[in-house]
Structures are given as C-alpha cells and as structure tokens.
Design a protein around this ligand. Sequence first.
Ligand code: NOJ
Ligand code: CA
Length: 559
Amino acid sequence: MARAADRDPLWYKDAIIYETHVKAFFDANGDGIGDFAGLVQKLDYLEHLGITCLWLLPFFPSPLRDDGYDVADYCGVNPSYGTLADFRRLLEEAHQRGIAVIIELVVNHTSDQHSWFQRARRAPPGSAERDYYVWSDTDQRFKGARIIFTDTERSNWAWDELAGAYYWHRFFSHQPDVNFDNPRVLDEMLGVLRFWADLGVDGFRLDAIPYLVEREGTNCENLPETHTVIRRLRAALDREFSGRMFLAEANQWPWDVRPYFGDGDECHMSFHFPLMPRIFMALRLETAEPILDILGRTPPIPETCQWGLFLRNHDELTLEMVTEEERDYMVLAYARDPHQRLNIGIRRRLAPLVDNGRRRIELLNSLLFSLPGTPILYYGDEIGMGDDVLRPDRDGVRTPMQWTGGQNAGFSGAPATALYSQPITDPVYGHAAVNVEAQLRDPSSLLHWMRNLIRLRKQFQVFGRGTLEFIATSNPKILAYLRRWGEDTVLCVANVSRNIQPVELDLSSFKGATPVEMIGYTGFPKITGERYFLSLVGYGFAWFELRGVRPSGSAAQSR
Ligand code: NOJ
Ligand code: CA
C-alpha cells in the first residue's frame, strides 16, 4: 500500500474491511492463543480474499474481563499476542500487501487495573489525579442514563472502598469511565493516538463514543461536550498525520449519528447500526420495507464521510436501535432459544442466523456490498462459521478461526486444553465441516463466492462512492436501487422472499440503456418502455451495469 501520506485521503470509501481478534486468528508459537506472528502468516490468505483493511480488536495489556476493551495500558501489547516489534512487523507486512490496519481507541473507559485508576483511587479528592475518573458521594447522580449491559449491571455507579466514593461506569463495573472534564485526560488520549499513528496505523475505531461526557438532567449520550472532545481528537489527527481515519462506534439512530461526522471535522466513518437488524427483519418479513424505511430516514453525510456497513461483529446483534415491537419480532424470528439472547441483542453468527441457507448468506452479502458504505466482514463469516450460545457472554462468536478439519481446527498446535477457546465442533458448523482448507479446494464454496464478490466490488468505485436512489417496484418483496457515480450507473435488485418473484421496475428514464448483469457479464434486453420486467428466484439478487445511459436526470424515486 502506498504510504498513508501518499495515498488517496478517501481510501476508506473504497475499502473492504475485515474484523478479527489477534487471539482468534492463528497461533504461531503453539501456546493456544493467536498472536501477531500468526496473523502475519495468514496475511496471504487475507490478500487472496481481497480485503484491503484489517480491523484489529483490542490487543493491549488487559485483565481481559471484557476481551481487551478493559485496557490496562494503552501503549503496550498484551504479551500473549507478542511484542510491539511483532505488531510493527504485522503493520509492515500488511502494508506491503496493500492492506491498511485500523485499531481500537477505547476512549470512554479503562480497566480498573489501569495505573490511572489505581492512582486516582488513592489520590486526594479534588486532585487532578483523582479527577481522571468521575466520582460521586452518592449513586443517585445522572439518573437519566440507561444501563447498557442489562444482564450484568444494576447501576452505572460502583463503590470503591479505597477512594471511599462511587465511580461512574457505562459498561462493566470494572471499566470506570474517564473524565473528559479534566483536560489532562484528553491530553493523555491524544498521546495514545500519536503513539499508534506514529507507528503507522491507518485508522482508529473510536469505541463507545456517545458516552464521553455526563451532564445532570440528560441521558448522558451524544452531548455537545462529547462532540467537542471528538473534534479535538480529529483536529490533532489532521494536523499531525495524513491519510488516517476515524471510525465511530455510536450505536444510535441515524439522526443522532449524523453529528459524529460533524462538518467533516469529527469522524470519517460511522457504523450504520439501525440498518443491520432491519436487513434481518426484511428477510424474515419478506418485505423490503424495513430497509427502505431506515435508509429513507438516514440523513445525507458530508462528502468526505462514509457509512460502515456490517451484518455481524464480535458483539451480540444489537437490538437497541429498533422499536419494542420490532425487538419482540426479531427475538421471535431469530432467538427463540433464550441462550441465544444477551443484553438487548442476539449472540449468533451470520450463518446460523439464516439456518445456514447459502442463498440467504449470499443475498445478505449482496446488500452489504452494494448499499452505500464500506462493507465490514467479521472473520469466519466468509466461510460460514457457526457459534456456541452456551458459552458465557459473547465468547460463542469469538471462537478460533477454522483453518482445517484437523486438530484444533488448524488454528494451533497446542494441546486442546491450552486453547484460549475450543473451536466449534458441531456437525453442521464445526471445523470438520466448515474450514478454509476445504473451501479453497472447492470452487463452489462460500469462500470462493465471497472472493469473487469482493473482486467485483473492487472493480467499480461506484459502490463505495456513488449516490443511492430507490426505484419504484410493483412488488414489495423486491428491493431495487441505483448506485451512480460519474459515468457509472448500477442497478441492484434483491428478492427478500423465499420464492421466485416477478417485478416491474420503473426504468423510464433509462430508455435505450442495456442492463449487463455484472457477475456473469450477461447482456439483458434493452430498456424500451416505462416498465422493465424481471423475475428473481427466492433470495435471488442481481447487479446490472446500465450501459448507454444518457447523462440527463432521473425520474427514479430519490431518497
Ligand atoms: C463496544 C465493544 O464493541 C464491546 O465489545 C465492548 O464490550 C464495549 N464497547 C465496552 O467497551
Ligand atoms: Ca500464541
């Protein structure tokens, strides 16, 4: 990859992001825990798959009570995964293959084992050291703030014996929130940012940013003071580095996420949390409406900004951004077994969510890769890995990558008892049935299909950069939309129902154009009249390049 400073500053718009945890990918030294050296060994696999950006989950020293989101030292590396030198090597090797690397900046909270907290609880009340965190004599302040980890936490306050005071935490009680009202805290975070940016990381996922600042009488989310903190981080990034990116983790409604892009002076990217459950809803309800509805309520974002799209990630499939009725429906449709539920969400991987239905997996990926935004894949979903809902917390979706059908799924040479987590072994999703080695050999595998889709997407910048216009259809089970950028116009159609469907599309403004299906490169009949007729098999989708489009405006229904 070109050095960060030299490449297109909007590179993240064309990226294909792959999310993984170092510990889960490949264990090079045979101690049962994945490591940087192992990840380096598997970069050829990722390059072959076609991804262009690696997002690493937290790898810093940590007591691992929240899988590393409980950071004990921001500028170090957990020795189980290797050394800082190993991380540098990974960065170098990734860059050589044209793969950018983004890491986590856990700005909202630390581990209670962090030296800042250990110092704070011992420091006198009112001192700058004490004020690295948010303290109180009572647990009655900020009552307007909801509890996020509803399965484990009863309050956002926890009593600290040593300090003789309560401290504020939005997540687990061992994760005290830092206090951004203390200017030293921002200075510290800027130091962390500089440390990793200097090493050459290409971007940061800003964890849990809606909760940075608390104010009485509010719900303590998305406050103006929080946006000020983000603008300061961004200003430093822009002033001191080039070609780097911020990805916001703000699990909020689109209109509340919009401010995290600012005027192009906060985050470059932000996850589209509300879209994700609605894609799954559309599939079960067999109507495109939930997707049309949420994208219709998604405000435009600045030119330099981009949505981050995903189907699954390392957390539960969150249902925070749906109505209560929709939540009940999703639970009924996708989590009938109570073990599948966690907090306000569903802890399952992609393949099991759709009953291992290959067509459904392909359909969902077609949306991920063609709706406006940058697609983010969760490791293992490219081969259809399964989960284990009987494991604690979110461990069941964080199992070792399944490389082979052999011992320890080819993930590690350690004795099975030493693994950080046992690979999935059930007959349908276990490593004997689902693994990279077998899928590389099988030209019809999901892995090959994903690789082709990625390759296709990368040939057309319109997917990462183009506008979105929905097309009126005669059939609510069909989602149809245009992506346009420069000379390119792509028509995407998706059948969210299980059965074959006919559809008439209003393509009147494209009279004379010829749709060419993009996977098979097949020419379709020219568009002659108002209505264009297509039929799509159950869960079918198609992308058409419209050739010979006149440059005039369009009558398509624009959102
Ligand atoms: C969001 C992360 O995705 C999740 O895994 C973590 O538990 C919380 N932030 C708290 O850091
Ligand atoms: Ca290891």
